[in-house]
Design a protein around this ligand. Structure first.
Ligand code: ACM
Length: 564
């Protein structure tokens, strides 16, 4: 836990908050005092707090069965119990930015003060944790009329403004309800950026009205490789699905109510076989018979990349026009990772483009492609973000970087004055296995335990303080080649996402000094919250029988995390 006074220790232990708050204290001289919430507790919502009041009624109200009726000053109520919701902008300076909050619980009054509505929302999340695991259910189970927890004060603010989760809904589609559920799970952990990986070789998942084939053809595949690409196993049935534009608007609105931004990713110029299968003219037609391509049914880095033509640029401007209408996010992710250059090397058309533009090589051609969309997005008031390969051939002036191949991309970009989001695969790729041995389902990548994730430090050690200010935050990525449904996603994401959330939110000591034993103690309570939420996490003792995938080959990699 952060900074806890002596009187607060018992309260902190009972509260078991995750992520750990900045400061938690108990009222002086009132050790053991309790706060009670019951049927007489109203919600006193100041102007600008109505959204949080609505969220409290729909979650805590549903779970407890308490009316949480509107409270109005001057009305007589037994005991005047209430939850007060207020916006107190001065808290931003006092505690650390617009997402700061202060929660004070005493006797029958809980006061939630947020520096902004977002800060207030995080305060409401802390309040829900204080009520106990049952507050995470969707209906009451115990019939109790009063809920109590230690009287205390929490002062809290996040370390990073970008606390992200990537969901790869391209490799295996996650139906809309699953995404909404993940937004709830993110909110419960004070995460605030959902990076939706919407397109890849294996599927195109978002309706684009002017290009219907992207989803007609591009959103499904005839069969699917089971396990790592070297596996001989296939699932011989179609897999597919996509979000309509109204589905996306619903997802974005649901996220906004939870103070989460949805950052869409349309991956170009690599990872594009589904788009090429839908519109073969987007591919390198002078090198491959793109009309014969279908949506890819296996995994790996795919050679069928976009052709660097004016037609391709215009086509994707059309895609991004609709994407911008759906997603209000300032950042728009254009992918940019793993674009093999073989086809561009062989393509006379691509080589003419290199010569016409006076470029040195195909890396610069990719850079030209990315710069085009950097300028295009900038002219529309948005900012481009891409995977760290967009550094190759020169980074576009306004671009931000998702540093995934390690820390180096983040270091290079930050030193050049670009903003970065740290998501190195060696630490926070949650599709990687979480224990050694044969029992982990489809074991891929490095072993990264709960403790490893807890000891992840997002800011590269090589950066000066000034350079480190370009680190917008950090993100955990859940790729789904080996995760066929939401329960498998749960298994890989949890419990590690709880540790990640604490890394992203809390101002923890340097990794060697982090108190993992204290985190584990709080996890005991947190597992009960995850149970109430219906999360199919990996139990500390290992996978349950039905969580294993005997006989499905993965691809384990050995090796310690690299130095920061
Ligand atoms: C990535 O993992 N290819 C961004």
């Amino acid at each position: 836990m952060g900074d806890i006074g002596g009187e607060g220790a018992a309260a902190a232990e009972e509260a078991a908050l995750i992520p750990a708050p900045g400061r938690l204290s108990a009222p002086a001289g009132a050790a053991g005092a309790r706060c009670v919430v019951d049927a007489d507790t109203g919600i006193e919502a100041a102007a600008g707090t109505e959204g949080v009041a609505r969220w409290l009624r729909s979650t805590v109200g549903a779970a407890t069965g308490l009316p949480l009726a509107p409270y109005r000053e001057g009305e007589s109520r037994a005991g005047d119990g209430r939850v007060r919701l207020r916006i107190v902008p001065a808290l931003a300076d006092e505690l650390g930015g617009p997402e700061s909050y202060r929660l004070t619980a005493e006797n029958r009054v809980v006061t939630l003060d947020g520096a902004s509505e977002a800060g207030l929302f995080w305060a409401a999340g802390t309040f829900r944790q204080l009520l106990g695991p049952e507050a995470f259910r969707r209906a009451p189970v115990s019939g109790r009329g009063a809920w109590e927890f230690p009287a205390l004060t929490v002062r809290d603010s996040p370390r990073f403004g970008w606390r992200g989760l990537l969901l790869d809904v391209a490799r295996h589609f996650m139906p809309k309800d699953g995404v909404l559920r993940y937004l709830d799970l993110m909110a419960a952990h004070k995460l605030n950026v959902l990076h939706l990986h919407l397109t890849d070789d294996q599927g195109w998942r978002v309706e684009i009205r002017r290009y219907p084939e992207l989803t007609e053809t591009g959103s499904w595949r005839a069969r699917t490789k089971i396990g790592h690409r070297a596996s001989p196993l296939w699932e011989e049935k179609p897999h597919g699905g996509h979000y309509t534009q109204d589905d996306i608007r619903e997802i974005v609105a649901y996220a906004a109510e939870r103070h989460i931004t949805v950052v869409p990713e349309i991956d170009v110029p690599g990872h594009s076989q589904a788009a090429v299968a839908a519109y073969p003219e987007l591919g390198n037609t002078d090198v491959v018979d793109t009309a014969a391509l279908s949506v890819w049914d296996t995994w790996g880095v795919n050679p069928n990349v976009l052709a660097p033509t004016d037609h391709t640029l215009r086509f994707y401007e059309g895609v991004f026009e609709e994407v911008l209408e759906m997603f209000p996010s300032r950042f728009i992710h254009i992918g940019g990772d793993e674009c093999p250059k073989d086809q561009w090397q062989k393509s006379a058309a691509a080589q003419r483009r290199v010569a016409d533009l006076g470029l040195a090589d195909e890396d610069q051609l990719q850079s030209w492609f990315v710069r085009h969309f950097d300028t295009w997005l900038g002219a529309r008031g948005r900012r481009l973000i891409g995977w760290d390969e967009i550094l190759q051939g020169g980074l576009a002036p306004g671009a931000a970087v998702s540093s995934w191949r390690g820390y180096e991309g983040g270091v290079t970009a930050a030193r050049a004055g670009h903003d970065v989001v740290m998501c190195p695969e060696q630490y926070v790729y949650l599709d990687h296995r979480q224990a050694p041995g044969d029992e982990e389902p489809v074991p891929i990548g490095f072993v990264r335990t709960l403790e490893d994730v807890y000891r992840f430090e997002p800011v590269p050690a090589a950066l000066t303080e000034a350079e480190a200010r370009h680190v917008l935050g950090t993100q955990a990525n859940v790729w789904t080649e080996a995760l066929e449904d939401a329960r498998r996603v749960d298994y890989q994401a949890f419990p590690r996402l709880a540790a990640f959330a604490e890394v992203a939110w809390s101002r923890l000591p340097a990794p060697p000094d982090r108190d993992f034993a204290d985190f584990e103690r709080r996890m005991t309570a947190h597992y009960r919250r995850l149970d109430a939420l219906g999360v199919a996490y990996r139990p500390p003792s290992g996978p349950r029988p039905w969580q294993r995938r005997p006989g499905v080959p993965g691809r384990p990699i050995d090796g310690p995390p690299p130095a920061r």
